[in-house]
Design a protein around this ligand. Structure first.
Ligand code: GLN
Length: 190
């Protein structure tokens, strides 16, 4: 199988490579459309979605990435989730529109600039408790019919399975538990 790619334009891509290794997967960094052709799935890390968007345009990666996502799985965390969404607010911003959800940037406000919490996971994670790190996280305001919520925080979805794609508003790459990355590795292998 081809390795899993980690988009490495900006953000915490190195932590994702380590997390993928903990989940037993080989990974490579992706910075060009050509490199995208050599991976079986892609992680879009957290960081600053506005900056990533600019870099995607600059590197002519926006369209290739959208086409990639029509065929292959993408796991978007935090800023990566914002880039995957169909609707972005606060402020409104262009996105790949690969998953049917509305997301509001920096929506927890100041009191949740950065926080570690325990999540009670819903079905699909078989009741497992999950430690979650939030960093200036967005809130998912609407999940379309194609999405299945796997975990919530304060009632809002924070981990959603869209069949091919997976999104998290927290940072599973920053905790030792490989559960979430393993979920993504499994779907890439399928
Ligand atoms: N606040 C960032 C944004 O709006 C996301 C933060 C993160 O990825 N940790 O793009």
């Amino acid at each position: 199988m081809k390795p899993i790619g980690v988009l490495a334009l900006q953000g915490d891509f190195e932590a994702h490579q380590k997390a993928l290794a903990r989940a037993g997967a080989d990974s490579v960094l992706v910075r060009t459309a050509a490199e995208l052709q050599n991976v079986a799935g892609l992680v879009i890390p957290g960081g600053e979605s506005t900056t990533m968007l600019k870099l995607l345009r600059l590197e002519n990666l926006f369209e290739p990435l959208r086409e990639f996502g029509q065929q292959r799985p993408i796991f978007g965390t935090c800023a990566g989730a914002i880039l995957l969404a169909s609707e972005v607010s606060s402020p409104q911003q262009e996105s790949l529109g690969l998953v049917d959800m509305a997301i509001e940037r920096n929506a927890y406000g100041r009191q949740l600039d950065s926080r570690v919490v325990r999540l009670a996971a819903e079905d699909g994670l078989t009741g497992k408790e999950l430690e979650a790190v939030f960093i200036r996280a967005p809130i998912i305001r609407r999940v379309g019919e194609t999405g299945r919520v796997l975990a919530r925080y304060l009632g809002d979805p924070v981990l959603v399975d869209f069949g091919r794609h997976l999104v998290a508003t927290f940072h599973p790459e920053l905790t030792p538990d490989p559960t979430v990355h393993r979920m993504f590795v499994d779907r890439v292998a399928r």
